[in-house]
Design a protein around this ligand. Structure first.
Ligand SMILES: Cc1cc2nc3c(=O)[nH]c(=O)nc-3n(C[C@H](O)[C@H](O)[C@H](O)COP(=O)(O)O)c2cc1C
Length: 205
């Protein structure tokens, strides 16, 4: 037996909790931006994914209008920093609703490093970063989806095995429901089976 939930009956907060609890785990884009006044901003966003590979585009959603979104609209650039497990408390601390003129980098004590192709700084302690130029935005109700064209990627050398980022070294955090966060857990591998290689079903031709 299942319990049914009609989005129309739930109300915004319960709907938000339900969606966040069942769309899990979500990767976390730790988004750095710089305001028109030159203040560096940093905030985690878990409504985040790859939109397209050719061209390379990633997306995150600003629920409401926040500093990250405003800065990107003004400056047209941002950096997605992978949110690694060792920086758990710092990442959470950058989600505090600091006033517009306050830099989360400074308030929380997150070390910066310069980006190669865009103005906002990267997080020095993040193992992998994607430098992005604003591609477009889409308004959806109270939210705005931000699409960023990846113009540069950088991965710390010690995260690579045979030139490929190794997930057990990256140690990405994820967002779950409520105040829950996830760590990597068990990694399992299986190769995709082509239709032509499937075993002939019993009784089949
Ligand atoms: C792990 C985590 C994930 C979050 N994901 C989102 C998100 O996807 N979209 C969003 O609007 N806010 C998200 N938030 C909340 C923002 O980080 C928070 O509102 C922050 O203060 C926004 O900062 P800004 O105003 O400097 O952009 C998240 C918070 C945490 C801790």
């Amino acid at each position: 037996m299942r319990i049914d939930f009609d989005p129309a009956d739930l109300g915004r907060n319960r709907l938000y909790s339900l969606l966040n609890a069942v769309v899990v785990p979500r990767p976390i884009a730790w988004v750095s931006t710089t305001s028109a006044d030159g203040v560096d901003n940093l905030a985690p966003h878990s409504y985040f994914t790859i939109s397209c590979v050719a061209p390379p585009v990633v997306q995150f959603t600003s629920v409401g209008r926040k500093d990250s979104l405003r800065n990107i609209e003004r400056t047209g650039t941002f950096v997605v920093n992978l949110a690694p497990e060792p920086l758990f408390e710092q990442i959470n601390a950058t989600a505090t609703d600091f006033p517009h003129g306050v830099s989360e980098f400074d308030a929380v004590g997150v070390a910066r490093e310069p980006s190669l192709k865009v103005a906002p700084p990267r997080v020095a302690g993040s193992p992998a970063v994607l430098e992005c130029e604003l591609h477009s935005t889409v308004r959806l109700g109270d939210s705005t989806v931000v699409f960023g064209r990846v113009v540069h990627a950088a991965v710390s050398e010690d995260m690579l095995v045979d030139g490929h980022p190794e997930v057990t070294r990256l140690r990405p955090l994820t967002r779950l429901g409520k105040d829950e966060w996830g760590t990597l857990g068990e990694v399992r591998e299986i190769s995709r089976v082509r239709y032509a290689d499937r075993p002939t079903p019993e009784g089949g031709a």
